[in-house]
Design a protein around this ligand. Sequence first.
Ligand code: PLP
Length: 397
Amino acid sequence: MVLPESTVKLGTSKSCIRELAAYGAVRKAEIGAENVFDFSLGNPSIPAPDCVNETIAELLKGDSVELHGYTSAAGNDSLRKAIADDLNARFGTHMEAGLIFVTVGCAGALAISFKATLLPGDEVVALAPFFPEYKVYVENAGGTLVTVQPREGDFQLNLEGLEAAVTERTKAVIINSPNNPSGVILSAESLTELAQVLHTAEAKYGHEIFLICDEPYRELAYDGQEVPCVFHFYENTILCYSFSKSMSLPGERIGYIAVNDRMPERSLVFTSIQGAARSLGYVNAPSLMQRVIEKCLGATSDVSKYKENRDLLVDGLRAMGYQCVKPDGAFYLFVKSPIPDANVFSEHAKKYELLLVPSDDFGCPGYVRIAYCVSRDMIERAMPHFKQLAIEYGLTK
Ligand code: PLP
């Protein structure tokens, strides 16, 4: 049988995050869940806000046919308007319902955005470390992913690296802030520099370069840190958002694309987004969830628990000699591997039942990712194991 090589390869290639999680499941069955310290998956551990379940219960009492029916491809108009109003109230933008496309999570938003903007041979520049699935969506849209390493020390924009990576072939730059896996929020200074590079390149090469901004962790920012609104920095911005993390709804698959109201060709871009979603077979985002989000917009899970976890881990691990940037947001900690090959380090950590994701797939080798969307209790119990590992690598006595 002859099938597309690309999809067969994708179907058989292993995600190292999923592989580690699968190993964890086997190990938990062998030695008991309480003895495995599974930091592999970014699955929220805090319940959705009460409003979610209450609204679902209420909706189930209504007209079932309408509730479970198709919606318009871009989503219910009332939800699109509510999202635009919410963005305007929070960020001083001038968004309207017509610039909002409701999607099947952020993954759907990203896949559609790349499909809607890329021509075969176009390049997309990704600032490492980045979500590994970008490569999949970009290549599916006929493009190629080009990687820029972060600035040494603080994981902010590496200006020289970006300038070198942006060429005539660049059609888009993808950023993710707060970042998975570093937890870093791109500063206003970084965004200003980024916008300058893109404006210069647009003028030089005579075509638009899109800034695709992946923000599922926008609401997960700690200590009053602000996540700057990228629309104000750069006109040709497409925002991809989801409620997976902020409302702990990753399995419900709901998010949206917002096209900057200041983008000169916003109407054409929105049309292409509609076509891209159609070509990918999305039809519409889940109807029930559209109604839930409309009712609960603005509510978030109690993310203060993640901040407690972050502080516990950062303070504890640093005291043991591990190096990491204190994350301002999301629920990940990016720890420097004490040896160059983070795969070997991750493999070794299993000896202490610690499941840490090596960073190669994030385009930034030499680190491990700790997803701290777990119980505080598990982190506390994991600490002596981290200590043993640190001793073994000579980080502490
Ligand atoms: N972008 C980043 C950076 C992520 O970490 C994730 C999921 O973990 C996604 C996109 C996909 O989010 P969703 O579950 O809303 O599709």
